[in-house]
Design a binder for this molecule. Structure first.
Ligand code: NAD
Ligand code: UDP
Length: 313
């Protein structure tokens, strides 16, 4: 059995990953409950002979035969993961236990899509994998941050106790075509607002930073990590170029030719002030670094959203 399972395969990253895996000749099983993913994302694959969709919630066990598991299932946008915080924790804890149980039973290699959020509000900068993080265990983001920290713990314990073949990737902010108009993350929000001529919603004063990685670079990194031998991670994947939210807003306004103004809202609780990956380990172990500059990635994403909201292009 050479099937590759992608949990969360109908989501933003998941559907790009399924597409690349199918192009590479793999047999793909997409498992999704559509809590934040969309059938439209995977519609093009339905007629592909090596694509299967299982509508399933991973908080229940799943019995299939697989060789590899990309475990991506979990809403990633703060507005989506906070709508039902308990469900988010269950997905990260029970869901990861079930994916690990499946990996153990089938002897499959399993890759966890973890996150830069496990560093919380970082006290060191940039963040390398050896930094243990500064996470609020009782805040609004904890369902996601602490959920992913437990997911990493489970991965390591299955590895130590059962010799499960694991890979852990810590993904930093990733964007690109295929994001939902209502996704709620900053890049999609700003582009949609700018294209519609609405004010761009800056949370806080906009001096907080993120680093934005284009989706094709991220998918290349995930596959490189899955395919690498003798290295389980965790490894940071992301763009090491830091950008303030205000700079991002100004760039999007310039690139869309929009006349939108900026509107300032309070900074959400525990919103990290600085975030930027140290990707030395990914460079060394995977020979990986992002190749798409921010403006090039934004251009492709703006073109995509123009079509999504019916502005042609
Ligand atoms: P997304 O919300 O677009 O996709 C997540 C997918 O998982 C959706 O299709 C959703 O329906 C599915 N899902 C959620 N809970 C499920 C459950 N209980 N059972 C089955 N399916 C379930 O998010 P994304 O941006 O594609 O992120 C994918 C993964 O990468 C997530 O685990 C996220 O934590 C991680 N990640 C992403 C980013 C990023 O910037 N995109 C950053 C850090 C980490
Ligand atoms: N943000 C913003 N306006 C928006 C959406 C997000 O200013 O409309 C900010 C948010 O407060 C955070 C950053 O942009 O500081 C990135 O937010 P996002 O939700 O994309 O991802 P996060 O890295 O916070 O998980």
């Amino acid at each position: 059995m050479n099937h590759i399972l992608v949990s969360g395969g109908a989501g933003f990253l998941g559907h790009h990953l399924c597409g690349v895996l199918l192009k590479n000749g793999s047999d793909v099983i997409c498992v999704d409950n559509f809590i934040s993913g969309r059938k439209d994302n995977i519609r093009d694959f339905f007629c592909h002979p090596y694509f299967e969709l299982i509508r399933h919630d991973i908080i229940s066990p799943l019995f299939v035969e697989v060789k590899r598991i990309y475990h991506l299932a979990c809403p990633a946008s703060p507005i989506h993961y906070q709508v039902n915080a308990i469900k988010t924790i269950k997905t990260n804890v029970l869901g990861t236990i079930h994916m690990l149980g499946l990996a153990k039973r089938t002897n499959a290699r399993i890759l966890l899509a973890s996150t830069s959020e496990i560093y919380g509000t970082p006290e060191v900068h940039p963040q390398s994998e050896s930094y243990l993080g500064n996470v609020n265990p009782i805040g609004l983001r904890s369902c996601y941050d602490e959920g992913k920290r437990v997911a990493e713990t489970l991965m390591m314990d299955y590895h130590r106790q059962n010799n499960t073949d694991i890979r852990i990737v810590r993904i930093f902010n990733t964007y690109g075509p295929g994001m939902a108009v209502e996704d709620g993350r900053v890049v999609s929000n700003f582009i949609v607002q700018a294209l519609k001529g609405h004010p761009l919603t800056i949370y806080g004063d906009g001096t907080q930073t993120r680093s934005f990685c284009f989706v094709s670079d991220m998918i290349r990194g995930l596959i490189a990590m899955m395919d690498t031998e003798d290295f389980i991670g965790p490894v940071n994947l992301g763009n090491p170029e830091e950008c303030s939210i205000l700079e991002l807003a100004e760039t999007v306004i310039r690139m869309t030719g929009s006349r939108s103004k900026l509107i300032f809202h309070p900074l959400p609780e525990d919103d990290p002030i600085r975030r930027c990956p140290d990707i030395s380990l990914a460079r060394e172990k995977l020979n990986w670094a992002p190749s798409i500059p921010l403006e090039e990635g934004l251009k492709r994403t703006i073109d995509y959203f123009r079509k999504q909201i019916g502005l042609g292009g």
